[in-house]
Design a protein around this ligand. Sequence first.
Ligand code: TYM
Length: 354
Amino acid sequence: MAKKEFTVTPYEAEGKIDYNKLIDEFGVERLNDAVLQRIKKHTKELHLFLRRKVFFAHRDINWLLDQYEKGNKFFLYTGRAPSGPVHIGHLLPWIFCKWLQDKFGAEMWFQFPDEEKFLFKQDLTFEDTNKWMNENMLDVIALGFDPKKTRFIIDTKHANIMYKEACKVAKKITFSTIKASFGFTDSNNIGSIFYTSMQAVPAFLPSVLKGKNIPCLIPLGIDQDIHFRISRDVMPKLGYYKPAIIHNVFLPPLTGIGGKMAASGANESSIWTTDSEKDVEKKIKKYAFSGGRKMFFEPDDKKLQRIHNDYKSGKMLTSELKEVLIEKINSFLKEHQKKREKAKSQVDKFVNWN
Ligand code: TYM
């Protein structure tokens, strides 16, 4: 059998990822102009992640907008499994969530499955995941989510309201489905087999708690799609809507063209949100393959086009391009780090809501 050119699962992203192939393989829909225009009707402008196709695919966005247009507002759901520091790639879906919260006045449910990486990584303890969760929460709060409209849902803390719902999901998913979907074998631990059902819960938990069906939109990196490919089919069987999903591409690692920037990756291949100006400068100068593809931090399309043209024509050197990138990332991080400090006094509001 020919070796696959690339792999994208929640636990591995490798090779040069062909997003067009993923669209077919995962059975998602391309985020085409018609859908973008429909979104724009409500938001008046398109976020740069939509203009630049950082978000490139979806499931059931048209259905979600039908509901919205009938006055049936949706909530947002996304998450982070704490196992290490946050890198600038993680921020892509979360920055977009914040924009959607503002534009649609949506409630945000942000899951911290603190047991996920505990179950999947041999050496990680609950003390570790707890420490990283406390750190990671600051990054999420720093993005400016409205504390009155945003709830953090922590699997071990909120187990009392989650577990029963997770069991209802788990009862409708067979071991053979999980094995085939994740490539698990008989030697995977039984906690990891159950995990998908915990990730499914926040997609309908607000409907359970409020006693009425509420549409849900999940922005996420495409590696997470599989959990919902499995659990979306279960939700109507429990009486809830299937959540709509919108998928982003990966910010690649600094050191190459394949895979994704990853928390488990080498220090030199990721830019952490806590990196100093010097760290960023060093990593980009020393390791970055080229700066071009990481320019999500330049909001001005015209400026970006100019940089692109100058670089292509040879007017701008790689070293100059890297300088622009260093400046962009450092000015973003400077602000982010200030907000991250302020976030420390706000955690309680996001966590203690029930
Ligand atoms: P986690 O913690 O691995 O990643 C958090 C989110 O970041 C996205 N992501 C990236 N996006 C762009 N470029 C990258 N290099 C990059 N690396 C990671 C991931 O796709 C994800 O959206 N099981 C989940 C946590 C979770 C979750 C959810 C995610 C719980 N509920 C609902 C999305 C939606 C996880 O391990 O994500």
